[in-house]
Design a protein. Structure first.
Length: 98
């Protein structure tokens, strides 16, 4: 399994918009074949900071996610709301083993 931790800082005036769009992306993502987990997290100390925790069964499943209508909508809708470009760290899951 593979994980992406996507770090996003949103312009303050778009926090609620970002949350709404990210919830829609979450709902579509958790229905994808190969999706293990898709969490949308907001910082407790800075409400403009978000973490998207995305776990997939394979690199191929993660790549397919970026072709889905819900992801493409999210990507296009939130692009101008970001204070800085988003970043992602990639990991492989060691435990639990599946």
């Amino acid at each position: 399994m593979v994980v992406a931790c996507v770090h996003v800082r949103v312009k303050e005036e778009h926090v609620e918009d970002f949350i709404a769009e990210s919830r829609l992306n979450h709902l579509g993502s958790v229905q994808e074949d190969g999706n293990f987990r898709f969490d949308v997290c907001q910082s407790q100390t800075d409400p403009t900071v978000f973490l998207l925790y995305e776990a997939y069964t394979s690199q191929e499943a993660a790549a397919r996610h970026k072709e889905t209508p819900h992801y493409l909508r999210w990507r296009d809708r939130v692009a101008d709301w970001m204070a800085v470009p988003r970043t992602a760290d990639k990991y492989r899951i060691l435990a639990p083993e599946k």
